[in-house]
Design a protein around this ligand. Structure first.
Ligand SMILES: Cc1cc2nc3c(=O)[nH]c(=O)nc-3n(C[C@H](O)[C@H](O)[C@H](O)COP(=O)(O)OP(=O)(O)OC[C@H]3O[C@@H](n4cnc5c(N)ncnc54)[C@H](O)[C@@H]3O)c2cc1C
Length: 581
């Protein structure tokens, strides 16, 4: 079996799904769907998954990227949820050490603002106990002067002190991909750019889906014993297709993230606080950039096109400039941004919505299972509840028994370090990279992006016989890996979700657009028409990500704007450029 998630095998995976009846078909390739496919395939089920755009192109690639234990939910008294989140956070750190990195967070406390010093210290104490935090890793409370010495950019007026705790961060899109890759290694069939158009029913029960491959236009009827709707913010659209939207409906909130150069907002640790009107603001350093995130804006527009409004950017800049008075961020300092929707079910009894996404699963009359959306941290546990239910339905149907969940003992893809500590693994890989002439910085980036799979990448690099400059030779190896193991089907998949360059390394993205289009074109046999289409798709995405700082985005890109970059030169010439030093 080919264990890669290969873009070249998309058609074959769809045909395989069409030919053999699946145990479970998952709709949606965000973290929730990925977790379900992983758990189900781990238990030996025949699992399939279809995603209408790229994997993690929904909420799972547009979050604040914080793997948190849920300190904020302590205010709502959700002790069990917080304990579970802390356990899951620790598991994730073990399963994916290359992705999940410590993130110290400071929560400043001001007079005349919600949250007293005493209440914060009680919450922090409880949080550490629930997390089982060891001495040295526990949170701390700081008085005013200590707080200012930790973060001297903070507004000192009316500052009382701060709570300081240890959370984690992870690249959300890569986390989703690594979970999908782990599912693929267990045999799951998964395809991006494959959209569910409708359901197939047998005797009133949902028995399959009609799927369209959006890259070829070919349609596939796919049958499965159980179908799970893991479409996050789109879950109601899927339920509408099933005529089962009558019960609890989704409540959507919008979140916006803006990226500025680190030197413009050089915070020493993440800072989290409530802005005017209660919107939660996160300022997260991710050198060479700092990210400003705000969540919790009620949203009623189209699920497809949430966007960052002038009001959003003004609010973010005013609030951040108020909290860090020496900073004076301006609109033109914004280098990139993204906007995503969070979904939760609106309770029918008028209570406030439950943001924790715990337990509950909806089952329609036709048997469609809808997974409750929830945060990144708790994805494994939510998936377990769904797959337990799927297993029970299958057992009731024909007596087949599948084993219980094993994902708490299984590393995700890239996290299997063969018993080595992450530190030792990194040292070993750096040595191997040096032997191949790869510098420490690019090698470190590969390790934190691909974890143990960096070894495969090195093999590809070593086997490559091209005469390209080292940088492009490495890029080619990454693209080969990405196409064959991460189903990278479009240039934007690579530049945005596989590497994060568009958001966090804009200079690299600008430099790499032309070579990426060139090399992907060669590897995927794109003709001129396809190259132009890829450039247009990318241009639309770049406009959304980069068009925030004012002025025309295209004027700021470093190439001839009447042509897409790969068209600038004859393909032979472009290939030659890759080899020039
Ligand atoms: C701004 C923001 C910040 C956040 N910050 C954090 C954070 O810091 N930490 C944290 O833990 N959580 C955070 N969250 C929450 C978390 O990101 C989401 O709850 C989680 O990613 C939801 O995952 P999902 O798989 O349910 O949904 P999604 O990731 O949206 O996946 C659903 C997928 O279904 C696909 N789909 C829809 N219709 C179809 C169809 N017809 N056919 C095929 N596929 C279809 C969509 O294309 C989409 O990719 C944040 C969310 C947002 C929006």
């Amino acid at each position: 079996m080919n264990d890669g998630l290969s873009a070249k095998l998309r058609g074959q995976y769809l045909q395989d799904m069409e030919r053999g009846k699946l145990d479970v078909l998952v709709i949606g390739g965000g973290i929730t769907g990925a977790g379900i496919a992983w758990d189900a395939s781990n238990r030996g089920m025949k699992a399939g998954l279809v995603e209408m755009n790229d994997f993690a192109s929904g909420a799972s690639g547009k979050s604040a990227k914080v793997i948190h234990g849920g300190l904020i939910y302590l205010r709502q008294g959700k002790l069990r949820f917080v304990r579970e989140s802390c356990t899951e956070r620790a598991l994730l750190r073990r399963c994916a050490p290359h992705l999940v990195k410590p993130l110290p967070v400071l929560l400043p406390i001001y007079r005349h603002r919600p949250g007293s010093y005493l209440a914060s210290s009680i919450r922090l104490f409880a949080y550490d106990r629930l997390a089982g935090a060891k001495a040295g890793r526990r949170g701390r409370m700081y008085r005013r002067e200590q707080t200012l010495s930790l973060e001297n950019l903070l507004n000192s007026d009316a500052l009382k002190g701060a709570a300081y705790c240890r959370e984690y961060r992870a690249d959300d899109a890569r986390l989703t991909l690594e979970v999908l890759k782990a599912a693929r290694m267990k045999g799951a069939l998964m395809v991006n750019y494959a959209k569910v158009l409708g359901f197939i029913y047998r005797s009133g029960r949902v028995a399959g889906v009609q799927v369209e491959d959006r890259l070829t236009g070919i349609r596939y009827p796919i049958l499965a014993r159980q179908i799970v709707n893991a479409a996050g913010p789109w879950a109601d659209q899927i339920r509408q297709m099933d005529n089962s939207l009558a019960s609890e409906q989704l409540l959507l909130t919008k979140g916006v993230h803006l990226v500025v150069d680190y030197n413009k907002l050089p915070v020493r640790q993440a800072v989290c606080f409530d802005g005017p009107g209660g919107r939660r603001i996160f300022v997260i350093p991710k050198e060479p950039k700092t990210c400003i995130g705000m969540t919790g804006t009620p949203y009623q527009g189209s699920v497809e096109t949430p966007d960052i409004t002038d009001e959003d950017t003004r609010y973010a800049l005013d609030t951040v400039n108020g909290l860090f008075p020496g900073i004076r961020l301006k609109q033109e300092d914004i280098e990139a941004g993204w906007c995503g929707l969070s979904a939760m079910f609106k309770p029918e009894n008028g209570q406030s919505p439950d943001m924790t996404g715990k337990d509950g699963i909806l089952i329609s009359e036709s048997g469609l299972i809808t997974a409750r959306p929830g945060n990144l941290t708790g994805f494994r546990k939510r998936a377990m509840s769904v797959v337990d239910l799927v297993a029970k339905h299958i057992q009731d149907e024909d007596g087949t028994i599948y084993p219980p969940c094993m994902t708490d003992r299984t590393p995700i893809s890239g996290g299997d370090l063969n018993g080595l500590s992450y530190k030792r693994f990194k040292e070993m890989m750096l040595e191997q990279g040096a032997l191949q002439g790869i510098g420490a910085d690019p090698m470190r980036r590969l390790i934190s992006r691909y974890g143990s799979n960096a070894k495969r990448l090195l093999d590809i690099y070593l086997a490559s016989s091209t005469e390209e400059r080292d940088e492009y030779k490495l890029l080619r190896a990454e693209l080969i890996y990405s196409i064959e193991h991460e189903m990278t089907a479009a240039a934007e998949d690579f530049l945005m979700r596989r590497t994060g360059w568009v958001w966090f390394e804009r200079e690299t993205a600008e430099r790499m657009i032309a070579p990426v289009l060139q090399i992907m074109g060669e590897l995927l046999d794109w003709d001129e028409e396809e190259r132009s289409r890829q450039w247009r798709l990318l241009e639309d995405q770049l406009q959304m990500a980069w068009g925030l700082g004012g002025g025309s985005l295209l004027e700021r890109l470093p190439f001839d704007h009447d042509h897409h970059p790969a068209e600038l030169t004859h393909p032979d010439e472009a290939a030659e450029q890759l080899t020039q030093t």
